[in-house]
Ligand binder design. Structure first.
Ligand SMILES: [Fe+2]
Length: 445
């Protein structure tokens, strides 16, 4: 049986609504809103070659109000294939794209989107009902991404999308703060590269063009995700102005390495205010999809690195800043693109055994917390204590699943005191299989 439908990853078969959840500890009463998470929850039998990244997407929501865990709900996203599997009338016609929504649940301009890389977004309601595919009247005409980002300075949403194809290209999409499409530019890559996410400083987005490459032989053989590690590929990492209206990218020679998720990026200036360096912290793998190609199964662990782009010399350098295996970095999103003083990562032990979280601070040693043996956690989400709280002051919400029992919980930490353990744990009444990503949606005041 595929490893991706066992243990903490084993899917649930029911959609449920639960209220008045059990809580250990005290939930901070200012946490009013909904934690939405999404991950794969495949319907029916899957084969040994099942792709983790293609499992039918299920959204999970936990609503907190005034110190109470009010409710939990889960729903499959009704993509056209999922609707078919559930025996329902699809809202959308089949498309010639990967049709999947399992990776990120992302709010923008008053709407909520379920996203998967190289797929077309699905709009969902705050009740988790699928509203339908959202291509913005044809503006999204190539695969989109699971990781758009909203620039807190402009309110604009940026994304880098691409297709599962031999095309040596990716598209930079920009949406205005009101949610309307603004512009898009097709960027020329050196190869057909897997690009899961990007970082940005105040002025530049950072685009990676790394050795995980589309493989025509795998595609001809029918591989669902025809990408493989391609040693020797001429790796590049580029800086592109966020406000560029052409296809320009300033490329740097890059490492033989792979990145799913960065931490954040920022700029350094000289005395005159001229930008001389762009710096990006990132979780970095030495390779990906080499021997095992059903998910991130055979990789060497990801570690925390700092990439520095010297605009004077044209050189990119890198240094390791934490050797522990960690992924799924999140910061205080209000400060995306500025030097961050707080980040939380998920500490992995190759997706088995013990997992936990690590909080990183600018002016103090990191703090770690283990979720326990056999308990799998994934990306944690940072929630500011209030709209006006200082950067990094707030809470970390981390979901975890016991691989044996299926017992699932959401742990709430003081972001500055992670090593003290959770302030509260919401004990979910049903299993929540491992999810990839999530968002905090504050209650409307
Ligand atoms: Fe991701």
């Amino acid at each position: 049986m595929s490893r991706w439908v066992q243990g903490a990853y084993a899917p649930v078969e029911q959609e449920v609504d639960c209220v008045d959840l059990e809580v250990d500890g005290v939930i901070p009463p200012e946490l009013n809103g909904m934690l939405a998470r999404i991950g794969p929850n495949p319907i029916g039998e899957v084969g040994e070659d099942h792709q983790l990244f293609l499992g039918d997407g299920m959204i999970h929501s936990l609503t907190l109000e005034g110190g109470r865990a009010v409710s939990y709900r889960n729903r499959w996203v009704r993509t056209e294939p999922v609707a078919g599997k559930l025996g329902e009338e699809p809202k959308d016609a089949p498309i010639d794209h990967l049709d999947c929504a399992n990776t990120h649940i992302f709010p923008f301009a008053g709407s909520l989107y379920a996203l998967t890389e190289t797929s077309i977004p699905y709009a969902v309601s705050s009740d988790l009902d699928t509203e339908g595919r959202a291509d913005f009247d044809g503006f999204i005409d190539t695969g989109f991404t699971a990781h758009p980002h909203v620039d807190p300075r402009t309110g604009q949403m940026h994304a880098i999308g691409y297709d599962v194809s031999p095309d040596k290209a990716a598209t930079h999409f920009v949406f205005a703060a009101d949610g309307s499409p603004l512009r898009k530019n097709v960027l020329e890559l050196g190869g057909s590269s897997w690009i899961h996410d990007f970082a940005a400083s105040e002025h530049f987005m950072i685009v990676w063009d790394l050795p995980l490459q589309y493989n025509t032989e795998m595609a001809a053989a029918g591989a669902q995700i025809p990408f493989r590690w391609t040693p020797g590929y001429e790796a590049r990492v580029g800086l592109r102005r966020l406000d560029a209206e052409d296809a320009s990218v300033l490329w740097f020679d890059g490492p033989q390495a792979f990145v799913f998720h960065p931490v954040n990026a920022w700029e350094e200036t000289d005395a005159s205010g001229k930008i001389i360096k762009v710096v990006c912290d990132t979780c970095r793998y030495p390779k990906m999809y080499d021997q095992v190609r059903t998910g991130p199964g055979d990789m060497a662990p990801p570690q925390l690195y700092r990439w520095t782009f010297d605009l004077t010399t044209g050189q990119m350098t890198e240094e390791q800043i934490d050797p522990r295996a960690q992924e799924f970095a999140r910061i205080d999103d209000r400060f995306w693109g500025q030097k961050h003083n707080f980040a939380v990562t998920t500490e992995l032990f190759r997706f088995t055994g013990e997992t936990g979280i690590i909080a990183h601070y600018d002016d103090a040693e990191p703090q770690a917390w283990s979720m326990g043996k056999g308990v799998v956690t994934s990306e944690a989400v940072f929630v500011p204590e209030s709209d006006t709280a200082a950067q990094g002051e707030g809470y970390v919400l981390a979901a975890a699943t016991d691989a044996q029992s299926g017992a699932s919980r959401v742990s709430i930490f003081d972001s500055q005191k992670v090593a003290k353990g959770p302030l509260a744990e919401v004990l979910l009444p049903v299993k929540m299989p491992v999810t990839f990503h999530g968002s905090w949606l504050p209650a409307v005041k």
